[in-house]
Design a binder for this molecule. Structure first.
Ligand SMILES: [Zn+2]
Length: 158
C-alpha cells in the first residue's frame, strides 16, 4: 500500500514514513501533478482538501483511492490512516528514510565506525543507510522521545 500525502499534511507524511510506510510528499505541488503522479504510481491520496478530493475522484482509477483526513492534529491523522487501512500490524519503525522515502538498508555496526562521531558509535546499537540520499540513521538514547511517541501507535491494538 503506497500513499501520496498532500502539502497540508506534511507531519502525517513524516510519521507514516517513521512507521515504515511508503509515502510520497512534496512541500509544493500542483493538484494536477499530484493527481497525475498518484494515478501513475497507484498511490492512495491523503488530503484535508475537499477540492482535491473532488478533482481526484474524476480521474480514472483514483475514485476509491482517496482519504479525507479529518483532524488537524497529526497524532489523530496518523491514527485515522492506521485504522482506516488496518495498518497497525504492518508497522515497521525506522525502516524508511524520512527525507526521500527510500527503504533503508541495515548497516552492521562495524561498518558505521568511520561514518559517525565516536559518541554516536558508542551509544547507538543499530545503524541503517539510505540508498537514495546516503543519510545514515541510528537508534540510540537520544531517540527515546521518538520511541515513546512510536509506542503510542504500535501499542494500540483495535
Ligand atoms: Zn534518503
Amino acid at each position: 500500500m503506497k500513499f501520496f500525502a498532500d502539502c497540508m499534511v506534511g507531519k502525517l507524511a513524516r510519521w507514516l514514513r517513521i512507521l515504515g510506510f511508503d509515502v510520497s510528499y512534496y512541500r509544493r505541488i500542483d493538484d494536477e501533478d499530484l493527481i497525475e503522479l498518484a494515478a501513475r504510481e497507484k498511490r492512495l491520496i491523503l488530503t484535508r482538501d475537499h477540492e482535491l478530493i473532488k478533482k481526484a475522484s474524476r480521474r480514472r482509477g483514483l475514485k476509491n483511492r482517496l482519504l479525507l483526513i479529518e483532524s488537524d492534529r497529526w497524532e489523530e491523522q496518523v491514527e485515522q490512516v492506521l485504522d482506516h487501512f488496518n495498518l497497525r500490524k504492518k508497522i515497521a519503525p525506522n525502516s524508511r528514510c524520512l527525507e526521500c522515502n527510500e527503504k533503508l538498508k541495515f548497516l552492521p555496526k562495524a561498518r558505521a565506525r568511520n561514518l559517525v562521531p565516536p559518541f554516536v558509535y558508542e551509544k547507538a546499537d543499530s545503524f541503517a543507510l539510505c540508498p537514495g540520499c546516503g543519510r545514515l540513521f541510528w537508534k540510540g538514547t537520544h531517540f527515546q522521545d521518538m520511541e515513546k511517541k512510536l509506542a503510542r501507535f504500535v501499542g494500540q491494538k483495535k
